[in-house]
Ligand binder design. Structure first.
Ligand code: ADE
Length: 228
């Protein structure tokens, strides 16, 4: 079953390139991932097709208005049921592999990209089911965050990656960072690939990888081991 993601944005151009190459394009070519961008201004009235306005209470920065967003979401919802309506925002829940896995099991998602100071709180209250941040920093808009989510989720869809096991051995997929990897040559600038990886003994190789993954996680992200 394919995953459909509708992205509401004032800058669809920003999403074109990241979603049109490599694994994302392959997922789309195979009809496993269907991504549609929607220009929010097409749902705005008036000659200027304005989608933002001054914020009540004063303060710097504009706020995206209710009506164009509501029109666009209503239009999409009249066509299909959505599992989640996601708003990407720095004050959302931190995106992680667990959330990516969960989204990869859905069928229809909407992602709303904010700009300026964000979207009117009433849209969040009325429509949004998930508020997601990709990290503790502020981007100029939600588009790059949306691209990150689509990429992380899209590559998990069955059939997207050539080697069906490779997503399972990614960092974070089992709660640990991935172990070091090597390729040919066996010796490069006097540095040799660990002998165990060249041994052909898969049991020993698995044990080594697990140990290295734990060591790396302990050193770099001990918080992952504490989260349980
Ligand atoms: N929009 C702006 N900054 C963001 C962030 N860190 N995560 C998600 N959406 C954003």
């Amino acid at each position: 079953m394919a995953l459909r993601i509708d992205i509401i944005t004032v800058l669809p151009e920003l999403l074109e390139s990241p979603l049109s190459h490599s694994i994302m394009q392959r997922a789309r070519d195979k009809n496993l991932l269907h991504v549609e961008t929607h220009q929010l201004r097409d749902y705005a009235l008036g000659e200027r097709r304005q989608v933002d306005d001054y914020q009540y209470g004063g303060g710097a920065g504009m706020v995206m208005t209710c009506e164009p967003l509501a029109e666009c979401i209503d239009h999409l919802q009249s066509q299909r049921d959505y599992d989640e309506i996601i708003y990407v925002t720095p004050d959302g829940n931190r995106f992680d592999q667990k959330i990516a896995n969960r989204f990869s099991l859905t069928q229809n998602l909407i992602i709303i990209c904010g700009h300026y100071k964000g979207i009117d709180e009433r849209i969040r209250q009325t429509y949004v089911t998930q508020e997601i941040s990709i990290g503790d920093y502020v981007l100029s808009g939600g588009e790059l965050a949306a691209a990150v989510i689509v990429d992380a989720v899209g590559r998990l869809l069955p059939g997207v990656l050539g080697d069906s096991t490779s997503a399972l051995t990614d960092s974070h997929q089992d709660g640990l960072l991935a172990p070091p990897v090597y390729t040919r040559p066996a010796v490069w600038r006097d540095q040799e690939v660990p002998a165990v990886l060249q041994s052909g003994n898969f049991k020993l190789i698995e044990e080594w990888r697990t140990k290295q993954a734990l060591k790396r996680t302990q050193e770099r992200r001990p918080d992952l081991l504490e989260d349980g």
